[in-house]
Design a protein around this ligand. Sequence first.
Ligand SMILES: Cc1cc2nc3c(=O)[nH]c(=O)nc-3n(C[C@H](O)[C@H](O)[C@H](O)COP(=O)(O)OP(=O)(O)OC[C@H]3O[C@@H](n4cnc5c(N)ncnc54)[C@H](O)[C@@H]3O)c2cc1C
Length: 485
Amino acid sequence: MDKHTKPATMFSRRNLLVGTGLVGVAAATAWVWPKKWLPLLEGDKAAKTTHELFDRGLVPIKNSGWTMPGGVQADYPTLENDITADIVIIGAGLAGTSLALHLAEAGVDVAVLEAREPGWGASGRNAGHVLPVLKDISVLRGFLDEGKGFLEAFREHHTIPFDLAEKYEIECDAVKSGYLNAMTGEGALEDFKAEMAYLETSGIQKIETVAGSDMEQLTGSKTWSHGLIYPNGGRVNPYLFSNGMAKNAIKLGARVFGNSEALDIEPIGKKWRIRTSSGSVTADRAIFCTNAYPTGIVPEFADSFYPLTAYGLTTKPLSAEASAAIMPGGQTLAQVPVDLNPLVKDRHNRLILSSIPQTAKPEDAAWHFQNQLNWLHDVWPETRNMDIELEAYWTGRVGMRDVEFPGIYEAQPGVYGLMHFNAWGNVMAPLIGKLFAEGVATDTIDQLPFPIEKAQPVSNPGKQDRNIRQWMIPAARQAQRWGIL
Ligand SMILES: Cc1cc2nc3c(=O)[nH]c(=O)nc-3n(C[C@H](O)[C@H](O)[C@H](O)COP(=O)(O)OP(=O)(O)OC[C@H]3O[C@@H](n4cnc5c(N)ncnc54)[C@H](O)[C@@H]3O)c2cc1C
């Protein structure tokens, strides 16, 4: 049995993931793992054409609007020799860099191996929403303490992107602008309020209800009659946030290596040696933070989740007129119950929009942008006469589980995985990184407020990508065109 887990069924399934527009289903189907995904690592290495790169969320990180205008931060050395450390971290996204930062803060000797550069993965490609909520509170009931410890940690740290950005003066546009769930109808509001009531009863945050003309004032649109605001939510540039954590970890003594793919792992007595093409790290513990971009060195981390390709795009900076029209309240916007157009307006006055790319043409930036533009024009009709232009379009990969809680795994004594953060890694990945670092630094991993599991292979890893991209999203887009959504 996993540590901290009740023997009974631990998690419940939910059907809809809402909030960042990455709509998911956990439906059981007969789909088989499509050949294009098989096996993940070799498929990734084989991907060469523009279509394959976009289809699998592997486009160069310079395509991501989050790297603009500053450019890619590639100033990390490659590991060139054999070194030792207390802890070696594999993967430098939001989870790995937070883990490194908090370990370094606690005085632990840490080395980070990143196959490309920090922020290359989902953390440099996401939609920028800071969601200060838990997606499925019922998951916590399966924890040994019924989730009290985790809820307490979440209460204290659900604003972790803003807190770290402030503490370390990371320039990553981390703004607690509020997170708005917009909806049509009072019924939807009441349902959603009931679902989110735990936020207030657990003392996490007060949620605000908006309706009628107040809603119109916030959004600048008549589309939605009601809304819920989570005041502790907002936005962040996740690429700059990841790199900011990496740079501050380095200042505190961590060694962070780019272009240093971990190729294999072997036990050396009670330690673990991770080899790259030009060096190695031998450490007491190895912690994999590879999320939906695993390689095959710990097979259980590669086949225990459902990959889903999603896209993001940025517009060029809006005119003052367009900016005043679209979301004048400045909140991060997500529609419920289905969000095809999650929207953020950043410090450059650009819109960041995201969704799921069409399977037939994931590389077709103009087509995906036109869909978003049509929606913008429907919701804010005055923008029809305004120039809104595409700046950047990219794809990335989400790692989903059957349950709405990240996977925290122990593969072998001393070999861990922190991963599968679905579409809410901007809070959960740095949070789990922080909590795990505290467990390591104080040698209390067995007392962490979440279960440490054995990663179990999922039987049909391709089903989510297939179902969502081929069926659900096209159907939802059609429903939106017909005005049903
Ligand atoms: C399009 C999109 C939109 C999203 N929108 C949101 C959102 O609005 N809000 C939100 O909260 N979340 C969102 N997410 C989810 C969020 O981005 C992820 O949950 C989060 O970034 C995961 O961080 P991570 O550190 O676990 O993984 P990643 O950032 O994916 O990092 C994994 C790293 O591991 C490295 N790696 C893999 N194998 C090796 C190896 N063998 N050796 C060395 N390095 C290796 C990779 O190169 C990669 O850099 C979105 C995701 C996508 C793709």
